[in-house]
Design a protein. Structure first.
Length: 440
């Protein structure tokens, strides 16, 4: 017998002996496993968890004594999704405003995300003071739903993004010195990221000055904090990468990326979140999206939104939008840029900017994003790894979650169908498990 096989058998025996008498052990029998690493799906394996932790992935039919056995023949198991760009608490019905931001509303939305197989969300810059206590409770499993990470209060410019309706907590420094002071004050609250809006709203608003965002990035790094940027233009992206940005949280949509930017992003380890769903939402409702009547989509919407977006009045407004052509071209540029950046080896993560406006459905958007990334040219397994392992790496939680391997959290969804063959099978959710417990 080969040495590696002896070692494997020995470890399996130890594993079974360790958990044989533990009634917290659960054995998921005969699954197809997608572990999130980008490796091929593993058919006909078994997953053993104990309490909130993955013990092992087992081939064969070696069931530990006393383990609870759940037969999942024909089902696929994959990690919960991780989103690096969301907004919490703003939506309620057809409205999107800071007035909706309450503990109850945030938790309601976290539960929705988890119901849709999203296990962790980074809320990117529109939060209010109560988010930090919620974040701490969420990390300890004291509140239901997806785990919150937060950038707290984002950085913008006076008269610019984000809109005042999203709250009065946006930091809008006018000088590098003010920017440094603001970062220092925010750092006391221990945000998980820093967010900067660097965009002029298509020429309608002022833009954060380069010396100001350079000061924000430098000071944040000195405080041990990563920085994300809302971005649209190629030249802004170039300057932000040169300044040390960690994450471009939207696609570059005005021009195709060039070799110089690609090289700089790779050398500096910059992550890229394409938010393709956001751009598609900007024009898709003028027609009849294939998913418009899908219950999986409808259930993710706030009350009243489906009636609004399917009305003749709304459809006509979208058809007559004078910027519709520009939005469609921007989407196609975003698709090309995602394909070029991924092919070159730039780190891609998943996010959708859902939660900022009612038409961007929380929960469904993340699955639509996976579909659009595949349609852009990435393989289903690559897209899944972007939305699991890469997201965990971006957020610094990869030691605990993001892949289904021994020692990590038992955070996964069980699917009726294999998304490595058809990415839309991520929408066929049978069960969601987080911290080793089945979500209700």
């Amino acid at each position: 017998m080969h040495k590696w096989l002896l070692l494997s058998v020995s470890l399996s025996v130890i594993c079974y002996q360790t958990y044989a008498q533990d009634k917290k052990a659960t054995y998921f029998k005969d699954i197809t496993l997608i572990d999130g690493s980008g490796n091929a799906a593993q058919p006909h394996v078994n997953l053993l968890i104990n309490a909130d932790t993955i013990v092992s992935v087992i081939s064969g039919n070696h069931i530990p004594p006393n383990a609870k056995v759940i037969d999942m023949s024909g089902k696929t198991v994959m990690p919960l999704l991780i989103s690096g760009h969301e907004h919490l608490g703003l939506l309620k019905g057809n409205t999107s405003t800071a007035d909706n931001y309450t503990r109850e509303n945030v938790i309601r939305q976290l539960k929705r995300y988890l119901h849709y197989g999203v296990g962790t969300v980074l809320s990117l810059g529109t939060d209010q003071p109560l988010v930090f206590a919620l974040r701490d409770s969420s990390g300890k499993g004291l509140i239901p739903g997806a785990t919150i990470l937060t950038a707290g209060y984002g950085f913008g410019v006076k008269g610019g993004s984000p809109p005042p309706a999203f709250g009065q907590h946006t930091l809008r420094p006018e000088t590098p010195e003010q920017a440094i002071s603001d970062v220092d004050k925010l750092a006391i609250l221990q945000p998980d990221f820093i967010k900067i809006w660097v965009d002029d709203g298509g020429g309608s608003m002022p833009k954060v000055a380069q010396p100001v965002y350079e000061a924000i990035i430098k000071e944040a790094h000195e405080k041990g904090l990563k920085v994300a940027a809302h971005v649209y233009f190629l030249e802004d992206a170039r300057q932000l990468v040169n300044a040390g940005i960690d994450l471009l949280a939207h696609s570059i949509r005005d021009k195709e990326v060039d070799a110089a930017l690609i090289t700089a992003m790779k050398e500096k380890g910059v992550f890229y979140i394409p938010t393709l769903a956001l751009d598609e939402y900007g024009f898709i409702y003028a027609g009849q999206p294939e998913w418009i009547n899908d219950p999986f989509f409808i259930r993710s919407l706030e009350p009243g939104v489906w009636d609004m977006i399917t009305s003749d009045v709304y459809k006509k407004e979208q058809q007559e939008d004078k910027n519709r052509g520009k939005k469609m071209r921007a989407f196609m540029t975003a698709v090309v840029n995602l394909r070029k950046l991924d092919s070159a080896g730039v780190k891609i993560a998943m996010g959708t900017d859902a939660g900022a406006f009612p038409v961007r459905a929380q929960g469904f958007s993340e699955h639509l994003e996976l579909q659009l990334m595949v349609e852009a040219g990435l393989s289903p397994l690559k897209v899944i790894s972007c939305a699991t392992l890469n997201g965990a790496t971006l957020l610094g939680i990869e030691k605990h979650t993001g892949t289904l391997v021994a020692g990590k959290k038992a955070d996964f969804m069980i699917l009726d169908g294999d998304p490595s063959q058809d990415i839309n099978n991520t929408r066929h959710i049978v069960e969601v498990w987080k911290n080793g417990k089945k979500a209700e």
